[in-house]
Write a protein that binds this ligand. Structure first.
Ligand code: NAD
Length: 261
């Protein structure tokens, strides 16, 4: 049986699907993953932008706004993979999406229950005037990323909070920062309750995030891995599809939906 037919069969038998997505679900939208040659990550190494370095250095903050500008200059739009997952929600089969991505494309495609374990680059937040080690300490001010980029374009290389004068940072989890416990709890809850877990476009190498699909499998869910290279969880998965996320999900969901209508 072809991979797409096998996937369609699993989706048809599922009522409570959860997707766990990584950078690979967005490469078909033109956002490179860290491994892709020639992309923006060859000019910026996100590992240099640790939380503490961001706090300590105006130069690092300036560079990080340039990186955000280039990220959104890619004008990313949802691709068939994001839209297929939103269509599964429309069909009443999807409990939610847990994503490592910061691009907001699942929501833009129409998914409503999205747990962003690494935060979002679509918003910025105040992190305070003197935050502690790896720990934001802001006044609660948040705005869209465009608000910050408009200030950068107007000549403020290092925009400050209009309420308390604190540092402004994108609402992402930087290297060195702990994942938010309430967000990880929400992800663990979805993983424990789903009947099918789709792991899509993730190398499944970075923990604790990669533990989420494993938790679903251990709780009794069917585990499907869609990735264009091997992952460490391939051996425990019920179905492994070595292919492109959008090219795999779109026909499977379309077949399912046409059989239902
Ligand atoms: P990752 O560890 O999530 O790995 C991405 C995987 O996707 C790789 O194994 C790659 O072979 C595979 N892949 C690439 N394109 C694919 C496609 N079209 N279909 C199926 N598989 C595909 O990602 P990473 O690049 O190592 O990033 C690490 C962290 O940085 C993660 O948190 C990631 O989500 C984040 N990041 C986010 C974005 C974004 O928001 N779009 C972009 C780059 C990195």
């Amino acid at each position: 049986m072809s991979d797409v037919r096998s996937l369609t069969g699993i989706l048809r038998d599922s009522r409570n699907i959860v997707a766990f997505t990584g950078a690979g679900v967005s490469t078909e939208s033109g956002i490179p993953d860290f491994r892709s040659p020639g992309g923006i990550w060859t000019r910026y190494d996100p590992r240099e932008f640790t939380f503490d370095r961001f706090v300590e250095s105006a130069e690092v903050r300036e560079k990080s706004w340039q990186m955000r500008r280039e990220f959104f200059d890619l004008l990313p739009e949802p691709n068939p993979g994001h839209r297929a997952l939103a269509a599964l929600e429309g069909a009443g089969r999807m409990m939610g999406v847990i994503t490592q991505n910061i691009d907001g494309l699942h929501q833009q495609a129409g998914s409503s229950n999205v747990v962003e374990i690494h935060g979002t680059a679509r918003d910025v937040q105040c992190i305070g005037t003197a935050p502690g080690h790896d720990e934001p300490d802001g006044c609660g001010f948040t705005e869209s990323h465009q608000w910050a980029l408009d200030r950068v374009d107007a000549g403020e290389s290092d925009p400050r909070c209009p309420h308390c004068g604190g540092l402004i940072k994108s609402a992402t989890i930087s290297f060195g920062q702990a994942l938010a416990p309430d967000v990880m709890d929400a992800a663990a809850d979805l993983a424990a309750r789903c009947d099918t877990m789709l792991s899509i476009g993730s190398s499944l190498q970075v923990y604790p995030a990669a533990g989420i699909p494993l938790r679903a499998k251990e709780a009794g869910a069917v585990l499907v891995i869609i990735n264009d290279e091997e992952t460490p969880l391939d051996d425990v998965a019920d179905l492994v599809i070595r292919g492109k996320a959008g090219e795999t999900l779109e026909p499977a969901v379309a077949t399912l939906r046409s059989a239902e209508s």
